[in-house]
Write a protein that binds this ligand. Structure first.
Ligand SMILES: NC(=O)c1ccc[n+]([C@@H]2O[C@H](COP(=O)([O-])OP(=O)(O)OC[C@H]3O[C@@H](n4cnc5c(N)ncnc54)[C@H](OP(=O)(O)O)[C@@H]3O)[C@@H](O)[C@H]2O)c1
Length: 298
């Protein structure tokens, strides 16, 4: 039995974790998920106290300041949640010898490279969000039982998500312009949750220098564009009416900078854990069907 203390309840990954833990074999995992009401990441003493008091074998952080554009206007709040809170988690985990699994982003890169980024490529964030996430990574990796999983373009049937937004717009707009010249690797939150549960016993048994700890890229394979991801979702909805049209990123300005190439090479994950990701297309189809079955919020 692995006892996991999780920060985050309402987010996409957090909900996927709760669902995966609930459907896992009896006696395999016990997951306690803390909401913002239980522990606010802005309250660093509360973050440390929650870990100090927890009956757990592993800490997982699924919470963060994830509003990339809003972070430009609220850098201090983003910094507290994305950098200072993970640092507090790392301190508290180090004090108890607990592994800490933390999630980061392709937004630590500037996108200038012409191939998928590897873990040892130099980061250079273009946004407040990316810079605060990079500081959070550094703090977690300072603890030798720290694990950082960099993910990108998360999709799932849960919470606020890109697929649901596209499906809603597909039914309400005549035309839908989506960026077609920016690339990233979609990440299935349900696959991520399955991986975390599968790897958890390895992390709890890890000792200093274990290759299972450290920095990894996790995603569902080949890079694509938001346009092609949207097309895959809309193709599943018989009621979609919008004509999907490609636009260039330069014609879709946003407050925060984002990498034009955010593709993350997940070869290290395969080498260390033997994890083979499902390609994103069938996983997007499954998540889209689940959202359509829940009903859209038009
Ligand atoms: N979504 C993506 O495409 C993506 C891409 C790369 C990396 N990531 C990383 O993956 C992780 C999970 O992302 P996600 O998409 O699952 O997140 P999400 O759906 O945006 O949800 C964010 C979660 O963080 C919680 N939170 C925010 N501020 C908080 C605070 N001050 N105190 C406590 N909880 C707080 C939110 O709680 P409330 O509901 O109470 O606000 C929510 O549960 C994050 O670290 C994110 O940076 C995500």
């Amino acid at each position: 039995m692995t006892r996991i203390l999780q920060f985050g309840v309402t987010g996409q990954v957090a909900q996927a974790m709760v669902a995966a833990a609930a459907s896992s074999a009896p006696g395999r995992v016990a997951l306690t998920a803390l909401s913002r009401q239980d522990v606010d990441l802005q309250d660093l003493a509360a973050v440390e106290a929650a870990i100090a008091a927890a009956d757990c074998d592993l800490v997982l952080n699924c919470a963060g300041f994830t509003l990339v554009d809003k972070a430009e206007a609220e850098p201090e709040a983003a910094r507290a949640a994305n950098a200072l809170a993970p640092a507090a988690m790392a301190r508290a985990c180090a004090a108890r010898g607990l592994p800490l699994v933390h999630l980061s982003t392709d937004c630590v890169f500037d996108g200038a490279l012409d191939r998928p980024y590897r873990e040892d490529d130099a980061p250079h964030p273009l946004s407040v969000y990316g810079a605060t996430k990079l500081d959070g990574e550094t703090a977690v990796l300072a603890w030798e039982m720290g694990v950082v999983l960099r993910i990108s373009w998360v999709f799932s049937p849960y919470g606020r998500n890109f697929l649901r937004a596209m499906l809603n717009l597909g039914r309400t707009r005549e035309t839908l312009h989506v960026v077609a010249d920016q690339y990233g690797c979609p990440t299935d939150a349900e696959a991520l949750a399955a991986f975390v549960l599968a790897a958890a016993p390895r992390w709890t048994a890890a000792e200093a220098g274990d290759p299972a700890c450290g920095l990894f890229h996790f995603n569902n394979g080949a890079a694509t564009s938001r346009h092609d991801m949207a097309a895959a979702a809309l193709a599943r909805d018989p009621q979609t009416r919008a004509r999907l049209l490609p636009i260039a990123k330069k014609d879709f300005p946003e407050p925060a900078g984002r990498p034009l190439n955010g593709a993350l090479d997940n070869g290290k994950l395969a080498a260390v854990f033997g994890w083979r990701s499902e390609p994103w297309a069938p996983a997007v189809a499954r998540a889209t069907d689940a959202i359509l079955a829940q009903g859209l919020d038009l």
